[in-house]
Design a protein around this ligand. Structure first.
Ligand code: ADP
Length: 624
C-alpha cells in the first residue's frame, strides 16, 4: 500500500497552502470568516452559561436559598440564553446561506479551470493524474474542499478552549491552594495517559485512512483508464442509448469485472481485513482515552470537594470544564493534523489551478473588419500531438483568402482535422507559424481570435438543454434568428413539429418531455449553431457524415447561400461533395500533396486525388 498519508509536507508549505486557500474563500465572500467567528463564539458561550447556571442552582438549593431567589436567577439567565440563541439563530441563518453559496462557488474553481484551461492540457497525462488525485481527495473528504470546513472546526475548537480554560482555570488555583500537589501530579498523569491513548487511536486510524485513500486513488485511476466502460457502469449504463449495447452484448459481465469484480482481489481483501482490525483498535483506544478523562476529571474535582474547597455545584462545573480543556486540546491537535493532511492533498488542486495557459498570453486585439478582409496563412507548419512521436502535420503551407471556399480531402488520419484545430488555436504548432493578415495568431487575444471561427467538428457536442440554447450556446438568444439558422441548416420541417419550438429540450436528462433526435438531426443543429455564430470563417469537418442523401444534397446546394461571403473550409472524405469548392487541398500522411480545382486535380493521373476519385467513383458508381 502506498504510504501517502503518512508522508508530510514541510510546515511552511502547509501554512502557505492554507493561507492561499483562505484567501480564495475570502475573495469569494469577504465577511465570511468574520460572521463565522460570531456564530462560533455564541455557540460556545451558551452551553457554558447553562453549565454555570446549573452549578449555581445546585449550590443555591444545597445552601437552602429561597425559591424566589433561585427562580429569579434562573429566569434572568433563561431570558439571557434565549436572547443569545435568538441572535445566534439570525446570524446562523445568514451564515448558512453564505456558507452554501461560498462553498458552491469554491467547489467550482476546478471545474472553472478545467473548462477554460488550454485545450492541449485536457488529455495530458499530468492533468489526468491531477484529476484522479483531486477526485480521490474529494471522495475521501480531504484536500482543497475540506479545508473550508476544517478551518471552521479549528476556529470553533479554539473558542471553546479559551472558554474552558477561562472557567476551568480555578481548578488549578484550588489544587495549588489545597497544597495537594499530588492531585496536580495525578492530573498530569491523566493527561499523559489520555494523550497516549489518543495517539494510539490516531495511529490505527491512520492505517484505515491510508487504506481508504489508496482505494479511492486506485479507483479513480481505474475509472479514468477504462473511460467509457466506467461511464456505462456508473451513469450511462442506465441510459437509454447505452442500454442497447449492454443488453445485446451482455455488457454487464464486463462492467462487473471492472467495477465490482476488481475490487474483490485477494490483496484487496487482505488490506480490507487489516483496515477493519485497525479501525477496531482505533475505536478501542479512542473510547479508553475518553473514559480515562471522564473518570479522572471527576476524581480530581471530587477530592477537591471532599477537602471542602469546591462546592457540589462547582464539582459538576469544573469536571465538565476540565474534560473540555483536555478534549479541546486533543481536538485542536487533531484539527491541525487534519488541516495539514488536507493542505498536502490540496497540492494537486493548487497545481492544477497553477497550470500555465499559454494560449491566453496574446495581447493584440483582433482588427474588426466589416468587409471580413481576413487572410490566413499556414507557413511551414509542423505539429505533433502531446505524447505522440509522429507528426500529424508536416511542413504544411497554405494561404486562405477572403471569401475563398476550400475543400480538404484525404484519407482518414491524414491531418485534416488537425489543421482545423491549429487554425482555431486549440493547439499551437511545434514549428512554423500561422498568420492572420500577416501577424502570428499567437499574438492575438485568444477570446477575440476565437470569435473569428464557427466550427462544426465531427464530434460536435449538443447539450441536454433547450434547442435555442444549443444553437446560440447561451441562455439568452434571439428566437427568430435561431429559427432562421435551423431552417437554413435543413432542420425546418422537424422544427415545425416541435410544440415548444426553441424551448424544446434535447434529450430527457433534464426534462421529461425532452426530445430524442437522430444523428442527422443533431448534425443539422450543430450546423445551425455555426450559422448563428455568424463568424467570418466557417469550418465544417465532415458535416454531412450522418445525413441522409436528401439532406446532404440540401446542405450542399444551399451551402454557398449559408456561407455567403465568408471564408469556408470544408472537410470531407466524399470527393463528390467537394466539387463545388473553388480550391481543393489534398492531404496525405500529414502533408499537403496537391491543390487546385477538381478538374485540374483530375488531370494529374499519378496524383493522390485521381487515385481517390477513381476508387470512390467505382464504389459509388459516380461519374467525374
Ligand atoms: P483526419 O482528420 O485527416 O482523419 P486527424 O487530423 O484527426 O486526421 O489526425 C491526424 C493524425 O493525428 C492521426 O494519426 C491521428 O491518429 C493523430 N491524432 C489525432 N488526434 C490526436 C490526439 N488527440 N492525440 C494524439 N494523436 C492524435
Amino acid at each position: 500500500m502506498e504510504n501517502d498519508l503518512t508522508s508530510k509536507l514541510p510546515l511552511r508549505e502547509n501554512i502557505k497552502h492554507i493561507k492561499r486557500i483562505l484567501k480564495m474563500v475570502a475573495a469569494l465572500d469577504k465577511t465570511y470568516f468574520f460572521t463565522a467567528c460570531i456564530v462560533h463564539i455564541i455557540n460556545v458561550i451558551v452551553p457554558y452559561i447553562e453549565l454555570i447556571l446549573s452549578a449555581y442552582i445546585l449550590d443555591a438549593m444545597l445552601a437552602k436559598k429561597g425559591f424566589e431567589h433561585i427562580f429569579t436567577v434562573a429566569a434572568a439567565t433563561t431570558v439571557f440564553v434565549f436572547l443569545l440563541h435568538f441572535i445566534a439563530s439570525i446570524v446562523w441563518n445568514h451564515l448558512e446561506v453564505r456558507k452554501e453559496t461560498t462553498y458552491q462557488m469554491y467547489e467550482c474553481v476546478v471545474e472553472q479551470k478545467m473548462l477554460q484551461m488550454d485545450y492541449t492540457w485536457i488529455d495530458s497525462p499530468r492533468v489526468k493524474d491531477l484529476k484522479d488525485k483531486i477526485r480521490a481527495d474529494m471522495n475521501w473528504g480531504a484536500g482543497l474542499y475540506s479545508i473550508f470546513w476544517q478551518v471552521n472546526g479549528v476556529l470553533y475548537t479554539c473558542f471553546h478552549l479559551v472558554f474552558a480554560i477561562a472557567i476551568g482555570a480555578s481548578v488549578f488555583y484550588y489544587i495549588w491552594k489545597s497544597g495537594n500537589y499530588m492531585l496536580g501530579f495525578i492530573l498530569l498523569c491523566i493527561l499523559v495517559v489520555f494523550l497516549a491513548a489518543q495517539k494510539l487511536s490516531n495511529h490505527y486510524q491512520r492505517y484505515v485512512n491510508q487504506f481508504m485513500y489508496y482505494r479511492e486513488t486506485e479507483d479513480e485511476k481505474r475509472k479514468e483508464n477504462i473511460g467509457a466502460t466506467w461511464d456505462w457502469a456508473t451513469g450511462d449504463g442506465f441510459s437509454y442509448q447505452n442500454g442497447k449495447d449492454i443488453r445485446l452484448y451482455r455488457g454487464y459481465r464486463l462492467l462487473w469485472h471492472w467495477t465490482i469484480g476488481k475490487n474483490h482481489s485477494r490483496d484487496n481483501e487482505k488490506n480490507l481485513n487489516f483496515a477493519a482490525k485497525s479501525s477496531g483498535m482505533s475505536g478501542f483506544y479512542g473510547s479508553f482515552s475518553k473514559g480515562i478523562l471522564e473518570a479522572g476529571s471527576y476524581f480530581v474535582v471530587g477530592i477537591l470537594a471532599f477537602s471542602h474547597l469546591l462546592s457540589i455545584g462547582n464539582v459538576v462545573k469544573m469536571a465538565a470544564c476540565l474534560r473540555n480543556i483536555f478534549m479541546d486540546v486533543q481536538g485542536l491537535i487533531n484539527g491541525i493534523s487534519m488541516l495539514s493532511i488536507s493542505s498536502r492533498q490540496a497540492a494537486s488542486t493548487l497545481d492544477l489551478l497553477d497550470l500555465c495557459d499559454d494560449m491566453y498570453k496574446g495581447k493584440l486585439p483582433v482588427e474588426k473588419r466589416s468587409d471580413n478582409e481576413y487572410t490566413i496563412e499556414f507557413r511551414d507548419v509542423s505539429f505533433r500531438y502531446p505524447q505522440s512521436k509522429q507528426y500529424a502535420l508536416r511542413h504544411f503551407s497554405i494561404t486562405l483568402n477572403i471569401g475563398e471556399k476550400l475543400a480538404i480531402v484525404g484519407m482518414n488520419g491524414s491531418g485534416k482535422t488537425t489543421m482545423i484545430k491549429l487554425l482555431c488555436r486549440l493547439y499551437d504548432p511545434d514549428e512554423g507559424e500561422i498568420l492572420l493578415n500577416g501577424v502570428n495568431i499567437k499574438k492575438f487575444k485568444h477570446d477575440e481570435y476565437s470569435k473569428l471561427f464557427a466550427v462544426v467538428f465531427q464530434d460536435y457536442q449538443l447539450f441536454s438543454f433547450s434547442l435555442g440554447e444549443n444553437v446560440a450556446v447561451s441562455n439568452q438568444y434571439d428566437r427568430e434568428r435561431v429559427k432562421k439558422c435551423l431552417k437554413a441548416a435543413g432542420f425546418g420541417e422537424r422544427f415545425a413539429k416541435l410544440e415548444r419550438g426553441t424551448d424544446t429540450f434535447l434529450y430527457k436528462d433534464y426534462e421529461d418531455d425532452g426530445v430524442e433526435i437522430s444523428g442527422g438531426e443533431a448534425q443539422k443543429i450543430a450546423i445551425a449553431r455555426a450559422i448563428y455564430k455568424d463568424a467570418p470563417f466557417v469550418l465544417l469537418d465532415e458535416p454531412t457524415a450522418a445525413l441522409d442523401p436528401l439532406s446532404e444534397y440540401e446542405i450542399y446546394t444551399s451551402f454557398d447561400k449559408i456561407v455567403g461571403s465568408k471564408t469556408a473550409i470544408y472537410i470531407s472524405h466524399r470527393l463528390a461533395s467537394c466539387r463545388f469548392c473553388e480550391k481543393i487541398a489534398v492531404f496525405h500522411e500529414g502533408r499537403l500533396v496537391q491543390s487546385g480545382t477538381h478538374q485540374e486535380l483530375l488531370q494529374d493521373v499519378q496524383g493522390k486525388y485521381y487515385e481517390m476519385w477513381n476508387a470512390q467513383a467505382q464504389y459509388y458508381q459516380e461519374e467525374a
